[in-house]
Write a new protein. Structure first.
Length: 299
């Protein structure tokens, strides 16, 4: 009988980080409705605050803020721009439609990840991956409340799908080219680039917020951006992008529940059924990942 592998502990740690990050991400969508600013302005302030917090975390952890290679600064710039566009389209999607519809459109990204990652890694696409991806797609579709598809809703759905494509690209690029850096270190550069890239396009600016608005922005930047993104990128170093994408499908359920209690957005039977399907798929994928990795280590 083989002794427990230290990699098994890293995998468990990665899954714990991932589930906590997803819980916090579930509450992020609410700020698109709670903060009285355009999506781009929210993204700039969120990114700037998160960059400061992440820089402090990196220094407190005894790490240098500098990157190891000059080429990595170019990669960080590309990742930061991708993240900034993902966040703007994510918030705009929900401002144009609703939290539920925006999150559901965005959560087409796990299916994108399942289909794209094997093309980049040269691995075979398994039939079970397609089944899990389709199950997630059905689950998030069931979360959609009844709504009249006006122009704003249609545009919101389109922006949500675009946000999903940008998020998929960011995750796969990060894992391939930037995974050698810790979560806080990697996200410091991405949030810093996002703030600098979008700042010239702000419409209203920080002066448009009162004290309550600033409290919400600080909460978003620290507890719902710096912390979960640091955890999320750290999990990406230990788990496959496919596993991260499918487990992250807990987020619409958390978002729907938080929207119910905080914004008063109702939940119907279809929403509950879709949430149950998404959670069941995420749990199954996590178990499959555990089993697959254990078999590889024991072989």
């Amino acid at each position: 009988m083989k002794p427990p592998s230290p990699n098994g502990g890293q995998e468990r740690s990665g899954l714990l980080e991932l589930h906590l990050a997803v819980l916090l991400f579930g509450g992020t969508a609410l700020f698109s409705k709670l903060i009285p600013l355009p999506a781009l302005d929210i993204t700039v302030l969120r990114s700037a605050i998160a960059a400061v917090v992440l820089a402090l975390l990196v220094r407190l952890g005894g790490q240098r803020l500098q990157l190891s290679r000059w080429q990595d600064y170019g990669i960080a710039m590309g990742l930061g721009i991708t993240v900034s566009l993902h966040w703007v389209t994510y918030f705009a999607s929900m401002q144009l439609s609703s939290v539920a519809i925006g999150m559901i459109a965005f959560f087409s990204y796990p299916v994108m990840t399942v289909l794209v990652e094997p093309l980049l890694t040269g691995t075979r696409l398994r039939a079970m991956d397609l089944v899990c991806g389709l199950a997630v797609l059905v689950g998030v579709a069931l979360l959609i409340p009844e709504a009249s598809l006006g122009n704003n809703v249609t545009l919101g759905i389109a922006l949500g799908v675009l946000s999903a494509a940008l998020f998929t690209a960011r995750n796969l690029m990060h894992k391939r080219y930037f995974a050698q850096y810790s979560g806080p270190h990697a996200m410091f550069y991405q949030t810093l680039v996002a703030a600098l890239f979008l700042a010239p396009f702000m419409q209203q600016g920080p002066g448009a917020l009162d004290s309550d608005g600033w409290q919400l922005v600080l909460l978003l930047g620290v507890a719902f951006t710096a912390l979960p993104h640091g955890l999320f990128t750290s999990a990406l170093r230990r788990l496959s992008a496919k596993t991260v994408g499918l487990v992250s499908c807990l987020q619409p359920l958390y978002g729907a529940l938080l929207a119910l209690f905080i914004l008063g957005e109702g939940l119907d039977g279809k929403t509950l059924l879709g949430g149950a399907l998404v959670v069941a798929t995420a749990v199954f994928e996590t178990q499959q990942s555990h089993r697959s990795r254990r078999q590889q280590k024991d072989a």
